[in-house]
Design a protein around this ligand. Structure first.
Ligand code: ADP
Ligand code: ADP
Ligand code: ZN
Length: 214
């Protein structure tokens, strides 16, 4: 099963993608996580990406595509994957469609996690992330068992630099300009499904399971 998660920054794509990955035994591939891992390791790619990410801008398509196309060649992608944060531009979506098509393949679903902008800033200001394992929590909506510590690996939780309110507003603008057009793109492809992302985490996941099991 090949799934793309769509939605504004902070809509809950990552949270749901991790649940999908666990249940359907496919890898969760987050371009944001891969960029952050590269930044942490101080790689060339990380250095290039950081400048854009810190400003709330998208990393250029060329860099992003190089990274993700390499990831698809790994053995764990044989049975599909759930993509979180990719594609984010029409050019990226077209590149993905073309590369799948060349292999006689196609995506199964694009799932839009729909959350209005008014709810996003609240979500982002409470988000806490584990840099060690990619775990994501929320101080009110999904608190870790021990404050400041990752439930999954015990790692230190931190506030993402790009989750500050001014940067969040900029990322929302970038989302509306560059990423939201993908909703029409995947509607035209006949694979768009939409879920109400303002519900609680488990209810959103129930709706996604209904789509995937149909
Ligand atoms: P969120 O889940 O909050 O939307 P991500 O972790 O997906 O954030 O992405 C963080 C940042 O990484 C983005 O703001 C952008 O700078 C960069 N990024 C991630 N994926 C892509 C992509 N497909 N294309 C360009 N930039 C990306
Ligand atoms: P995205 O990957 O779309 O940027 P995340 O999955 O990282 O979003 O979620 C953003 C923040 O909102 C996190 O702190 C997460 O714990 C919280 N969150 C995710 N889903 C929900 C939900 N349905 N209700 C309330 N908070 C949520
Ligand atoms: Zn962790």
């Amino acid at each position: 099963m090949k799934i793309v998660m769509l939605g504004a920054p902070g809509a809950g794509k990552g949270t749901q993608a991790k649940m999908i990955a666990a249940r359907y035994e496919i890898p969760h591939i987050s371009t944001g996580d891969i960029f952050r891992a590269n930044i942490k390791e101080g790689t060339e790619l990380g250095k290039k990406a950081k400048a854009f990410m810190d400003q709330g801008l998208l990393v250029p398509d060329e860099l992003t595509l190089e990274l993700i196309m390499d990831r698809f060649t790994k053995a764990d992608c044989a049975n599909g994957y759930v993509l979180d944060g990719f594609p984010r531009t029409i050019a990226q979506a077209e590149a993905l469609t073309a590369s799948l098509k060349a292999a006689g393949d196609a995506l199964d679903y694009a799932i839009d996690v729909d959350v209005p902008d008014s709810a996003i800033v609240e979500r982002m200001s409470g988000r806490r992330a584990c840099l060690a394992c990619g775990g994501t929590f929320h101080i009110m909506f999904n608190p870790p068992k021990v404050a400041g510590k990752c439930d999954l690996c015990g790692g230190e939780l931190s506030i993402r630099k790009d989750d500050e309110p001014e940067t969040v507003q900029k990322r929302l603008n970038v989302y509306h300009e560059q990423t939201q057009p993908l909703i029409n793109y995947y509607t035209a492809a006949g694979i768009l499904k939409s879920v109400d992302g303002t519900q609680d985490v488990n209810k959103v996941f129930d709706d996604i399971k209904d789509i995937l099991n149909a």
